[in-house]
Design a protein around this ligand. Structure first.
Ligand code: ATP
Length: 368
């Protein structure tokens, strides 16, 4: 499922040079991108980067200051929120406390004066979808937080919107329930085939649920790509740093073979990274390396990306241990080892002198 790589695929949503200003303040800065049918698209980014503003424009609560938003090829500007094939589910769920689960789910259908049997059938379908058949007659205060979340989801899907917007939908759930619910959300999204756009602060959540993650900064989508590409092939230091753990080494690039030599500090060896990017000789570059790609050994390894350092910090995380290793030039490099075989490995301790190494393809070379 990669419609974004299929030239025949028709986008469900198109942002064309969309800018949103509040007075002088630019909340969304000239953004052009597509979201495809059946996608689970996540907007991820720090507080204030414009995620909610994106959602509110999709819902129709805000109008772009410039540019166009199309839904299924149609300009949404003249279409009010309640006439859009779009629904929004809020973090608070906004369930009606005095109505039963059944009546909450039926609410929008009743308001649209759908025939009674059609409503009954649809509500039954939705109750089944979210596995709440047995709770139909309960009131919201008589069910758990996770169940309320599912009622809210069922209610927002009852009218079969083309697009469902979810603003921090799992924000009210505790960590364990939240994880289980993420998988459930994906399952429900796949079953209904509805396009979901989710806003979340939680990068793990975005990576778990989304077909593509859009990493935002300052009113711009920096990269919109599959979770694997966002992690393995970030397009900027910002994205590499925002997602997961990483070491960034700043240096100067010199073309060599399929990549570049990188000189980063006096007295430190020249590193090498394969890269298809274009750097001028001597241009500043940033090498981004994930900690799990860095091997840590007592003896000097037989590879050109090998640096000597001293262990500064160790975090034991059960399945993994993370090391912070300081080089002589004070650069800190993060390394992570899997704790697979108990006691069988040589383990390192504070102040140990160690070698760090990685392959030519382990790091990603970035401009800025
Ligand atoms: P958070 O994660 O904190 O919810 P966000 O990424 O959703 O943040 P937005 O709510 O989209 O961010 O806000 C983006 C920027 O636009 C913020 O700097 C915010 O202060 C500003 N902004 C949003 N709505 C308005 C408004 N109605 N008037 C003025 N400024 C606004």
């Amino acid at each position: 499922f990669e419609p974004w790589n299929d030239p025949q695929a028709k986008p469900l949503i198109q942002f064309k040079n969309v800018t949103k200003r509040f007075g002088e303040f630019v909340a969304i800065d000239n953004q052009t991108f597509d979201i495809y049918e059946r996608e689970f698209f996540a907007l991820l980014g720090p507080s204030g980067c414009g995620k909610t503003t994106m959602m509110r424009m999709l819902a129709g609560f805000e109008k772009p200051t410039e540019g166009t938003i199309l839904l299924a090829g149609q300009d949404m500007a003249p279409i009010p929120p309640n006439k859009r094939a779009v629904n929004m589910m809020f973090q608070s769920y906004a369930l009606f406390p005095h109505l039963s689960v059944w009546d909450n789910i039926a609410f929008g259908l009743k308001r649209d004066r759908k025939p009674k049997d059609e409503i009954a059938e649809r509500v039954a379908q939705m109750l089944k979808l979210v596995r709440l058949e047995k709770f139909a007659q309960r009131k919201p205060h008589q069910i758990s937080g996770g169940q309320r979340q599912r009622v809210a989801l069922a209610r927002s899907l009852a009218k079969a919107p083309k697009l469902l917007l979810l603003d921090e939908p799992l924000g009210a759930l505790d960590a364990k329930l939240r994880q289980d619910t993420q998988f459930e959300l994906v399952d429900i999204q796949e079953k209904t085939g509805t396009t979901f756009v989710i806003v979340t602060h939680d990068q793990e959540e975005a990576m778990t649920v989304a077909s593509r993650v859009a990493v935002m900064d300052d009113g711009k989508i920096m990269q919109a790509d599959t979770p694997a590409n966002i992690y393995e092939r970030p397009n900027s230091v910002y994205v590499a740093d925002f997602i997961g753990d990483v070491t960034i080494i700043e240096g100067r690039a010199t073309k060599n073979g399929n990549g570049y030599d990188i000189d980063f500090a006096e007295g430190q060896p020249t590193l090498h990274a394969e890269s298809g990017k274009d750097f001028q000789n001597g241009q500043t570059c940033h090498l981004a390396i994930r900690p799990e790609k860095v091997a840590i050994t007592a003896d000097k390894p037989d590879t050109r990306n090998a640096l000597k350092g001293t262990i500064l910090d160790i975090a034991y995380l059960g399945n993994l241990s993370t090391y912070h290793v300081k080089l002589e030039n004070d650069q800190i490099i993060k390394a992570q080892t899997a704790n697979t075989r108990r006691l069988s490995r040589r383990s390192f301790t504070w102040e140990d002198s160690v070698w760090l190494s990685w392959t030519d393809t382990a790091g990603v070379l970035l401009e800025g």
